[in-house]
Ligand binder design. Structure first.
Ligand SMILES: Cc1cc2nc3c(=O)[nH]c(=O)nc-3n(C[C@H](O)[C@H](O)[C@H](O)COP(=O)(O)OP(=O)(O)OC[C@H]3O[C@@H](n4cnc5c(N)ncnc54)[C@H](O)[C@@H]3O)c2cc1C
Length: 594
């Protein structure tokens, strides 16, 4: 039996655990990650990485590796609803609706203005190995695969974990100051008494991950998904299945790999009979001679749940251990990456003795409401699929009426035209699922490691689409392109991943020296950047001036996770005192020199 000591034990090596390990390493903090499986997930699972995730990956040196391998925006810019992919009947191979998605097509102008990053499609089956490679290149992160957590004991100053080496059966002990539960909710949550609240089971789903040449059945290169809008599905309440593009080297209709999600009634034993799944998939897509090479099959449950707490003593829950979403809008892994980003800098400062333990309480204060919003949104957009089903004419439990309504929808009659018009109108509501730019990048924390300035929350678009930049404390730093030494830099590039940035609006502002004084007093890094026409960083296009919401005498303090901690819209009589008070409040710590 071996005994290991580590400041941070990470339990689980999925997207959340691996991201936490990498972010901590980039902040110079050692961690030990244990993962019960030897190999990464064999299922594609999450594949949509939204702009916020890519911004975080950019800050931590991961974005280029993802962009170099991922489905580019032009090949993921739409989704289609089709009656089938194959078949030669009168109702087959018809496209009923096409929608722009995730910043593609005409959406691009809005998305481009709001972020330095494009979104990407890169499935977990490939993201996890990429993250493992990055993490294993770092000296500060140790990873033990085929190791499973079996028990924990909490003390006032840390956690003792019992870990089994699944290859040898040997038991080891790990002493850690903090434990990050990145296990998807299977082990640690129940051990510490976390309760998952919400909707635990909406639907039973099967995913077949396969390799096949589908190019003969597709006539476009830009869709990332095809919904089978026909009455062949099992539940009768929404599309009968959805086909998703996965690459890995061709991203057009010649994509080599695909996944097909479809549902079964929860009491149907056929859902576990592997030999019945491919024939079912052939029926739903209407490709009777499809001979896919099946790479893996996964069963999962559509749910929307949130843990009652995120912190239990020295244990922190994140990712699917803290919140599980329906897959609509693809918020699961994306929320998990934001959890890791939020938690890592706080853990780093506390472990290094630069912040009080109470800073870690703000992880729950900030991330839990954000996850609540995302879980609610995912459930909301999931429920819109029932409208699609109703607009097609599907009647749950009545196959005959579903079929006759479907035929009426496609009939070349005035009634058919009216039904198709209604269908198109209903389908427009689905833009909440695929164009939720504000939901993805417009996070706003109301309280936590920040100092509110008393201004009301910026109203948010109820459709989730239109992001309105704001520098109100708690918001993500808005993006604008600036110029430094002749190079274009984003406002995000001003934020060091291991420190804060004070952004002033004119050279010689008292905030510059105040920030230096406060940094010294608290022993934390605060970069001081002045964005002005006569400064090193210039706002030539005045994009920043339009959205910064401060005067030339004001300033912003931005945290390492690109969230605004504080702002002063104008001058302050005692700038240094003000900034020290801000740091005291954000770090939950008194000055080292006090
Ligand atoms: C079909 C489908 C499509 C999806 N699409 C999207 C999408 O497009 N975008 C998106 O953002 N999200 C999507 N999601 C959600 C996403 O997959 C999850 O939110 C994500 O996997 C959560 O990551 P995680 O690291 O928290 O948990 P997991 O990926 O579940 O990882 C947990 C890890 O912990 C390990 N573990 C468990 N118990 C122990 C233990 N006792 N000891 C050691 N290790 C342990 C497990 O082996 C596992 O590797 C989708 C999910 C599904 C099912």
């Amino acid at each position: 039996m071996a005994i290991y000591e580590t400041p941070i034990l990470i339990v689980g090596g999925g997207g959340f655990g691996l991201a936490t390990s990498i972010f901590l390493s980039n902040l110079g903090v050692e961690s030990l990650l244990i993962e019960r499986h030897a190999k990464p997930s064999p299922m594609p699972k999450a594949r949509y990485l939204n702009q916020r995730t890519m911004e975080i990956f950019r800050q931590h040196g991961l974005a280029d590796s993802v962009y170099g391998r991922a489905v580019p925006i032009r090949n993921m810019s739409t989704t289609r609803w089709v009656t089938s992919l194959g078949g030669d009947g009168p109702h087959d191979r018809k496209m009923l609706f096409e929608m722009e998605t995730f910043g593609g097509g005409s959406l691009w102008t809005h998305y481009r203005d709001n972020s330095p990053c494009e979104s990407a499609i890169y499935p977990q089956v490939r993201l996890e190995p990429l993250l493992r490679d990055h993490a294993s290149d770092m000296r500060t992160s140790r990873m033990f695969f085929s190791h499973s957590l079996v028990a924990i004991e909490q003390h006032t100053d840390g956690v003792t974990a019992r870990v089994e080496d699944r290859n040898t059966g040997e038991m080891h002990t790990v002493h850690a100051r903090y434990l990050v539960a990145a296990d998807g909710g299977k082990t640690v949550g129940p051990m510490v008494g976390a309760v998952l609240e919400g909707t635990p089971e909406l639907m039973d789903m099967v995913t077949v991950y396969f390799r096949a040449d589908l190019s003969a059945y597709l006539d476009n290169d830009d869709s990332f998904a095809y919904w089978m809008a026909n009455p062949g599905g099992d539940t009768g309440s929404w599309s009968s299945g959805v086909l998703g593009k996965l690459g890995p080297t061709r991203f057009d209709r010649h994509s080599e790999e695909w996944m097909f999600h479809f549902s079964f009634s929860s009491n149907d034993p056929a859902r576990f009979e592997e030999q019945s799944l491919v024939p079912r998939m052939r029926d739903l897509m209407k490709i009777p001679d499809l001979e896919p090479e099946v790479l893996s099959i996964g069963h999962w449950i559509v749910q929307g749940v949130l843990a009652d707490r995120y912190r239990f003593g020295n244990v922190f829950l994140g990712g699917d251990a803290a919140h599980r979403h329906t897959p609509t809008t693809g918020l699961g892994l994306n929320s998990a990456i934001q959890d890791a980003h939020n938690l890592a800098w706080k853990l780093a400062l506390v472990v290094k003795g630069r912040a009080g333990d109470a800073l870690l309480d703000t992880y729950e204060t900030e991330r839990r409401p954000a996850a609540q919003r995302n879980v609610d949104w995912a459930l909301f957009t999931f429920s819109n699929h029932q409208l699609t089903g109703a607009a097609i004419g599907l009647v749950p439990g009545d196959a005959q009426r579903s079929r006759s309504n479907f035929e009426a929808l496609l009939a070349d009659t005035p009634d058919g035209e009216s039904r198709r018009h209604r269908f198109r109108e209903v389908m427009k509501l689905h833009n909440t699922e695929y164009q939720a730019n504000d939901l993805e990048i417009g996070v706003q924390y109301e309280s936590g490691a920040l100092v509110p300035d008393g201004t009301p929350q910026t109203p948010r678009d109820p459709t989730g689409r239109r992001y309105v930049p704001t520098t109100r404390p708690g918001a993500r730093l808005p993006h604008a392109w600036l110029e430094r030494d002749g190079q274009a830099v984003s406002t995000h590039d001003l934020v060091p991943r291991d420190g804060f940035v004070l952004i002033a609006a004119r050279r010689g502002s008292p905030w510059e020296s105040a920030a230096r004084e406060a940094a010294e007093a608290f022993g934390v890094r605060i970069e001081v950047v002045t964005v002005a026409d006569d400064a090193t960083v210039r706002d030539q296009r005045h994009g920043w001036r339009r959205i910064r919401e401060i005067s030339d005498d004001g300033a912003l303090l931005v945290r390492p996770d690109q969230i605004i901690a504080w702002r002063s819209i104008g001058a302050h009589a005692r700038a240094a005192d003000e900034l020290k008070a801000v740091l005291r409040s954000v770090l939950r710590e008194t000055e080292a020199t006090a």
